[in-house]
Each structure stands twice: as C-alpha cells, then as structure tokens.
Design a binder for this molecule. Structure first.
Ligand SMILES: Cc1cc2nc3c(=O)[nH]c(=O)nc-3n(C[C@H](O)[C@H](O)[C@H](O)COP(=O)(O)OP(=O)(O)OC[C@H]3O[C@@H](n4cnc5c(N)ncnc54)[C@H](O)[C@@H]3O)c2cc1C
Length: 457
C-alpha cells in the first residue's frame, strides 16, 4: 500500500480529516487528490473588464481547489445543529457541537484569532421576530471573513504540505475495492490505500453519483433550495447584523404554508456569480477588512423543494430554473422589488435611477418569468414580513438577484461512522448529502479521522 489514507477532495472535509490524522498520528502516510488548483493558483478569470462573465473553465476556481467551495466564501462557521446539515443524526447532537467547536479552535490557531463569535443566545430579536411570525434559529457564528478565511486556509496548507502528499489538478476517476483497501485511479496512475475518505463536495456530486452506482452504494434524492439574493442598503439590517452578524430567520407563508428562510447574510458585502457545472447562479460574501466593505447588505431568501414520485431529480428541477434565468439574462437577472410587485421588468435605466448601487453586474429583467409562482409569492410575502423587523426591506429599490439555487448531493447511505457498506470507505462533507456548511463538513472530517485513528490503534 502506498498510503494509509487517501483523501479525495481538498475542501474543508478533506483538509480537517488530514489535519487531525497528521497531528494525532505523525507517522501516518496520507495523500490528498484534488481536482482543482492549489490555493495560490486559484483565480477566477472574471475581472469585470476583459472577462465579464463566466467562460466555463475546465475546473471552476471558485468551487474547486485547496479550500474547496468555501475558499473565497465569507467564512461563516455556524456552530449549530439547527441548520447547515444533519451530522447530528449520525453522531449525536452533543458530539456534533463539540466537533464544531474543535474546528473553531483549529481555525483560531491558524490565523483566525481576533475574529468575532456572534451568538443568538439571549438576543432580544428572538422576541421581536416571533411577534411578527418570524422564527430566528439558534446559532453561534464565527465570522472569519473572506480575507481571514484565506489566511487560515493558507496556514493549514503550510502545515499539511510538510506531511501530506498533494496531487492538485488531479480528479480521481475511479475507486476500486482491492484486498485490504482501495485503489484509486487518476491521470497520474493508480494508488492504493488502506482507508479512503471521499469528500468531493457539491462540485463532485455527479461523479459521486456514478461511484455509488458502480459500487452499489444506495443513495436517496435530496432537496433543492430555490430563491433570490436580496441586496439593500446596509442600514436597513444593521440592528440585526451588528448584534448577530448572520440571522437565520424562517417564515411560514400564509398563502401556501411553505417555509421561506434567510440564508447566508453578508453585511456590507458583495453579490457574486456562482458556477455549478456551467450553470450560473448567484451567491454573496463579505470581508472582515473594513476597507473592502460596501454600503450594501445581501442575503438569500430560499424555499426548499423535494420530489419523490414519479419525478425524483430535485437538482434537475433547480438546474432547469437556473438555466431559464441564464437563457433570459445570459447569466443572473436583477430586478427592483418595486418593479416585481408592479409586474414590470427592471430596465438598465430603472436600476441606475435607484438609490442603491448593485454590487454585481447582472442583467435587468423580470424574475416572474423565471421563478415558479408559488416560490415567488412566498418570497414576496417574506419580504413584507421582514419589513416589520427591518423596516425598509420592502422598499421599491431593494434589489433581487435570481436565481439563487442551493444544490444538494443526494444522501449517500453511510452508517454512524460515516462509513459506507465497505469497511474503510468513508463519505463525508457536502458530497455525502449529510452536511451543507463549512462547520459541519469540517466536523465530519475530524470525526472520521478520529474513527480511523481509533481503528488503527
Ligand atoms: C460562494 C460560496 C460561499 C459559501 N459561504 C459559506 C459560508 O459562509 N458558510 C458556510 O457554512 N458555508 C458556505 N458555503 C458552503 C461551503 O463552502 C460548503 O458547505 C463546504 O465547502 C463543503 O465542504 P466539503 O469539503 O464537503 O466540499 P467542498 O468544499 O465542495 O470541497 C470538495 C473538493 O473536492 C474536489 N473534487 C470534486 N470531485 C473530485 C474528484 N473526482 N477528484 C478529486 N477532487 C474532487 C473539488 O474540486 C473541491 O475542491 C459557501 C459556498 C460557496 C460556493
């Protein structure tokens, strides 16, 4: 065997597995295979001048490479079992929280010290929200910010590269079961290991599906979240964001009883494009460094959809909606809330006349031609509900970017050790469908590393 452990994917799941393995078992032989680039070589070619929109690079530097999908994210580590995945269903609530705190400590030791930990505990907003039929979820959130998140990742890499063999730009093609372990195949050849941790995130979801088919590992379809990214003057949300930074608020619509929730709040941040398998959707992030901050705050409003019979492909449904916005807008569409409720499209003039400057260049258009009525009605209802706790949310000039889609990998059947039906083959992080956040993906990495260490004693 060349390696004791091979890790596929250098996102948070893979990185934290490796950190725990090398720290607790200094002699262990570990390799990480990553489809994307090393951190310093990750560069999205969109510069707003020569390259204005996505040119569909072979591997997307935003989603792939050391640091995974979260490398240029806002670096919000939500320490909670209330959202961000269902790791607790496998390992228990207490252990899940304990591991998320453990991840936080590692981040602090690697450059995150001095960043703020916000908490909903004891906040007056819980009461204010409930009075308006809005529900604030419990969480602590460590906000690293895009800049500090990068520093932490770089420090983790410097520590890892001394003890781990890295293979960048090396997508793994297949995983084969061999005697006493696994053999992976990639462009460099074949490599054998005793244990294999698969942590390929959302960008590896299609590949993951094929591997599960080949190895006959059962999977189940997951949900898809569809909605818009809201951008408004930062002042509108400062009461909430100054105290909580990120508030996850859930609203149940009167019209259909659907749940609409806020997601990924970025005070004084920017709205960005996201590319998933060539489909352009919208996302957002913000910087800890005040010189890089903007006058706007953005967050997503999302509605979850799950399909069962006869149609099961939740992601396919989300993709079709995103493709429609790409067809009409050449990418992401932006619309003023006032235009949306009046049933008219936003034009470049209406956007430039608005009292808010968009932070993403998107095509002015009409989101009602893209989003299903039920989803759009829910979003509009929630904007009016939010207006009661953050007056100004429902202003005409509030910008809505569409579409925001959160794709989830199908649920892969793993046991309470996050191990498949094959001993020593673990599937973790967002690629397993178990997690969908930095904290929980990282915690799942630590968890399997500790399981492996225990089994090797
Ligand atoms: C713009 C953006 C902002 C975000 N902001 C936040 C946030 O603030 N807070 C939060 O909690 N979450 C955030 N997220 C989500 C968060 O990034 C993910 O939940 C997290 O990165 C999942 O970690 P992971 O290790 O499971 O997968 P990933 O981070 O997706 O990493 C998987 C890695 O595997 C590689 N890979 C895929 N297939 C293969 C293969 N066949 N062979 C080799 N390598 C492969 C990929 O290139 C990738 O680098 C954000 C996501 C995006 C895109």
């Amino acid at each position: 065997m060349e390696y004791d452990v091979i890790i596929i994917g250098a996102g948070p799941g893979g990185i934290f597995s490796a950190i725990e393995l090398i720290n607790k078992m200094p002699k262990i032989k570990v390799a990480i295979f990553e489809a994307g680039n090393s951190l310093d070589c990750r560069k999205c070619p969109i510069d707003g001048k020569k390259v204005k929109s996505c040119i569909n690079c072979k591997t997307c530097s935003i989603m792939s490479g050391f640091g995974g999908a979260g490398a240029f994210s806002d670096g919000k580590y939500n320490i909670t079992n209330d959202f961000g995945g269902t790791l607790y269903e496998y390992i228990g609530k207490e252990r899940a929280l304990e591991l998320m705190h453990y991840v936080d400590e590692i981040n602090l030791r690697h450059g995150g010290e001095g960043t703020k930990l916000y908490s909903t505990a004891g906040t007056k907003f819980k009461k204010v929200c409930i009075q308006h039929d809005l529900h604030l979820l419990d969480a602590s959130v460590r906000h690293l910010g895009t800049d500090v998140n990068y520093v932490v990742l770089n420090n983790l890499y410097l520590e890892l590269k001394e003890k781990v063999d890295f293979y960048f730009n090396t997508p793994v093609k297949t995983i084969k079961i061999i005697e006493n372990g696994y053999e992976i195949e990639c462009k460099e050849g074949k490599f054998a290991c005793h244990k294999c941790i698969v942590s390929v995130g959302r960008s590896g979801s299609k590949w993951m599906e094929n591997i599960c088919k080949e190895l006959d590992i059962p999977v189940q379809s997951n949900r898809v979240d569809i909605g818009v990214r809201v951008e408004l003057p930062a002042e509108v949300f400062t009461d909430l964001t100054d105290e909580l930074y990120e508030s996850k608020i859930v609203y149940c619509t009167k019209k259909y009883g659907d749940k609409v929730r806020t997601f990924c709040m970025n005070p004084r941040g920017i709205v960005v494009n996201e590319n998933t398998n060539g489909i352009i959707t919208v996302n957002g992030h913000s910087y800890e460094d005040s010189s890089k901050q903007t006058n706007n705050t953005n967050f997503a409003l999302l509605v979850s959809k799950t399909f069962s019979e006869p149609f099961k492909d939740s992601n396919g449904y989300g993709e079709a909606i995103a493709k429609l916005s790409n067809m009409l807008g050449g990418g992401v569409i932006v619309q003023r809330f006032g235009d949306l409720v009046r049933g008219r499209r936003s034009t470049p003039k209406r956007i430039s006349d608005a009292f808010i400057t968009p932070t993403l260049q998107a095509t002015p258009g009409d989101l009602s031609l893209v989003l299903p009525k039920r989803i759009l009605d829910g979003i509009i209802e929630m904007i009016y509900a939010l207006d009661k706790v953050a007056p100004g949310t429902a202003n005409d000039d509030t910008l809505l970017y569409g579409v925001e889609v959160k794709f989830y990998t199908m649920h892969v059947e793993v046991d309470n050790n996050l191990e498949t039906r094959y001993k020593g083959l673990y599937i973790i992080g967002d690629g397993s469908g178990v997690t969908h956040s930095l904290s929980q993906a990282s915690a799942s990495g630590i968890y399997v590393a500790q399981e492996i260490i225990e089994s090797m004693k």
